[in-house]
Write a protein that binds this ligand. Structure first.
Ligand SMILES: [Zn+2]
Length: 144
């Protein structure tokens, strides 16, 4: 389990409101026709252009080192070297592209009102997560 210290996570980035939206089919009560939802907070880290170039550069150098090492392996280096070069280029682009990162988040479960923790992940406007208390799924929708 990743360590989860809310105060540390809050210090990393900017806080944005989010909503946790439950699936109405998971609610047993017939009176609950409305999709249950609750409030949450996401901490988002913004990477500067320079930071992204730096990260991409580090990945590129690491990839070239692996490629150089793979050239030492007899026979299969004919396949391994070009493959490593392609992987290095793709990984460099991906490392340089991620401008936003979700450092973490917290909210209330829309079903059981237990406290929900959201762990670090790549930024997307909406994603599916699961309550640790009742293990039901909900959608996390960022409002920023
Ligand atoms: Zn729950």
């Amino acid at each position: 389990m990743i360590e989860f210290n809310w105060e540390d996570i809050k210090a990393l980035g900017q806080s944005y409101p989010a909503r946790l939206i439950g699936n109405k089919n998971l609610i047993s009560s017939a009176s609950a026709l409305k999709q249950p939802d609750s409030e949450a907070e996401l901490i988002i880290i913004f990477r500067s252009r320079l930071g992204r170039i730096f990260r991409g550069g580090l990945v590129f150098i690491a990839g070239l080192l692996v490629t150089a090492l793979s050239a030492l392996i007899p026979v299969i280096h004919f396949i391994l070297v070009p493959l490593c070069l392609i992987v290095t280029l793709v990984a460099t682009l991906f490392a340089g592209m991620n401008a936003k990162l979700i450092a973490g988040g917290q909210g209330t479960c829309p079903y059981c009102t237990a406290k929900v923790r959201i762990f670090q992940r790549r930024w997307t406007a909406a994603f599916i997560d699961r309550c640790e208390a009742c293990s039901k799924q909900f959608e996390v929708r960022s409002l920023n």
